[in-house]
Design a protein around this ligand. Structure first.
Ligand code: ADP
Ligand code: MG
Ligand code: ZN
Length: 353
């Protein structure tokens, strides 16, 4: 009999925060713009420049973490992750290794198999890198630092997902949550939401996880689903041939529908992390957390429940009307003016959409 395999997946999701200015300087975070126009000595890593933390970044990270049921490290700090690449002008990225601002949370996803909790290991704050543009005609590479220093949160899940369906449901959940909170627009095509997929396979019933690979360069939900199927098959083939899966980082080529080894997996020690001496530790007061909790908007699940209860709408309608906070807001205002919620819902789901 053929062996049965189970796919095990954990995600590292980068979300660009929708602050007006960068994490450690006053430059604009706006997408696009002529190359190197949203830059200053801080975000281009000039000697002698010093970072100053943007408070809004901490607030947005707290909003995201609290919405995902995380614990907060009320005393946290930044660490330097050292690596050498031209998109990283300081030669280190300011990130959080030892004390991530948010940890041990969870979100609930829903698939055809029902509801499931996906645990979140941590959410930490860090800065984005610049962008390299490889000019094939001129045979050279150019660098644009407009994105350098744009604030990110990296959301690291536990290896709790078992299929591409669960992965897509998880990503949609995060995207919807971030959009409701107003902390990110989460546009995959503009790179304001990016997912790295860690995947291993094991025989059904096995207790130990298999060796995982990490796939990068996934910029649509469809590419993510294809990459998961492709990598699952590649790993099963290796195991069936009696070979070992190597722990490494791979690049998914969505045109060829195949992933290529990029580099062997690096460890924390390869990055020589150490606390950033230019930034003081952050203390997050109880009062600040309470204030943010009190100001959290009603999220999608709560709205869906309320629409059924308060307006007597079917679950189906409540689902559609709450897909975005903007649409839900328009619906609520219209229903209040018109008086009949079900008729308003029908009009929204038909003509308006
Ligand atoms: P690192 O810090 O080296 O990147 P982590 O252990 O923090 O590694 O895990 C990174 C991501 O990989 C997490 O999302 C985690 O859930 C996932 N992961 C860890 N082990 C496995 C595994 N055996 N199979 C699939 N995913 C895994
Ligand atoms: Mg990692
Ligand atoms: Zn700057």
């Amino acid at each position: 009999m053929m062996k049965q395999y189970e796919t095990v997946i954990g995600l590292e999701v980068h979300v660009e925060l929708a602050t007006k200015t960068k994490i450690f300087c006053g430059c604009s975070t706006e997408f696009g713009g002529a190359p190197n126009t949203h830059t200053c000595p801080v975000c281009t890593g000039m000697p002698g420049s010093l970072p100053v933390l943007n408070k809004k970044v901490v607030e947005f990270a707290l909003k995201a973490g609290l919405a995902a049921n995380c614990q907060i490290h009320q005393y946290c700090k930044f660490d330097r992750k050292n690596y050498f690449y031209p998109d990283n002008p300081q030669n280190y990225q300011i990130s959080q290794l030892y004390l991530p601002i948010c940890h041990d949370g969870w979100v609930e996803i829903e698939t055809s198999a029902g509801k499931k909790k996906i645990r979140i290991h941590e959410m930490h704050m860090e800065e984005d890198a610049g962008k390299l543009i490889h000019d094939e005609w001129e045979d050279c590479s150019l660098v644009d630092y407009n994105r350098s220093g744009v604030p990110l949160i990296e959301i690291v899940s536990e290896p709790d997902m078992r299929s591409s369906e669960e992965v897509i449901a998880y990503l949609e959940k995060l995207r919807c949550m971030m959009q409701y909170l107003g902390v990110s627009d989460c546009k995959l095509q503009e790179g304001s939401m990016r997912a790295d997929v860690n995947l291993s396979v094991r025989e059904v019933g096995a207790e130990q996880f298999g060796t995982r690979t990490e796939m990068k360069n996934l910029n649509s939900f469809k590419a993510i689903a294809r990459a998961i199927e492709g990598e699952r098959e590649r790993q099963i083939e290796l195991i069936e041939e009696g070979k070992a899966v190597t722990q490494e980082t791979r690049r998914w080529d969505d045109n060829k529908e195949y992933s290529y080894a990029m580099r062997s997996k690096e460890d924390a020690k390869d990055y020589r992390y150490f606390p950033d001496p230019d930034l003081p530790p952050i203390h997050i007061s109880d009062a600040w957390i309470e204030k943010i909790k009190a100001e959290q908007p009603e999220l999608r699940e709560a709205k869906q429940a309320r629409y059924q209860e308060e307006y007597g709408l079917p679950a189906y309608d409540a689902g559609i009307l709450t897909e975005s906070r903007h649409l839900a807001g328009l619906f609520e205002e219209t229903a209040a003016i018109y008086g009949n919620a079900k008729k308003t819902a029908n009009w929204f789901m038909g003509e308006v959409l």
